[in-house]
Design a protein. Structure first.
Length: 139
């Protein structure tokens, strides 16, 4: 039975900052920032940072969260929930945060659509007033 459990565990592997930056398209500065924020906890080998399999998984979640516009605080809440309460609680927290972000993006989309409509109306007014300024016409 213990052999079966060992097969399910991720392999113990470490990563350098260069390897993770290359894999995730991040900068070393970003990884150091995430470390300062308590999101990653690499160990040290002399002056080098050594990232664990867990750090890599956390970085993957961080990068996904940042890509969809989650704040560092929201990402920290999701990661901390896992550390404190486990997977089910983390999933519930992530779901709550994701729904909130969806609503924020919908509202943002509405504001963008309103701005586009307003700009189109202003542009049409100016083009009617000054036909020579219409795009595509030679002056």
């Amino acid at each position: 039975m213990s052999t079966f459990l060992n097969l399910r565990r991720p392999p113990y592997r470490t990563y350098s900052i260069t390897q993770l930056c290359r894999e995730f398209g991040a900068t070393p500065r970003a990884l150091r920032f995430y470390e300062e924020q308590g999101l990653l906890s690499p160990t040290r080998r002399d002056t080098s940072r050594v990232y664990s399999y867990k750090d890599r998984a956390r970085l993957q979640l961080i990068m996904r969260g940042r890509r969809v516009g989650l704040s560092i605080a929201e990402i920290r809440d999701i990661l901390d929930t896992y550390d404190e309460e486990g997977t089910a609680a983390q999933d519930a927290e992530a779901l709550r945060i994701h729904h909130r972000r969806i609503e924020q993006l919908k509202q943002q989309r509405q504001h963008v659509e309103e701005a586009i409509t307003e700009l189109k109306a202003a542009a049409a007014h100016l083009e009617n007033r000054y036909p020579s300024l219409k795009p595509g016409l030679d002056s």
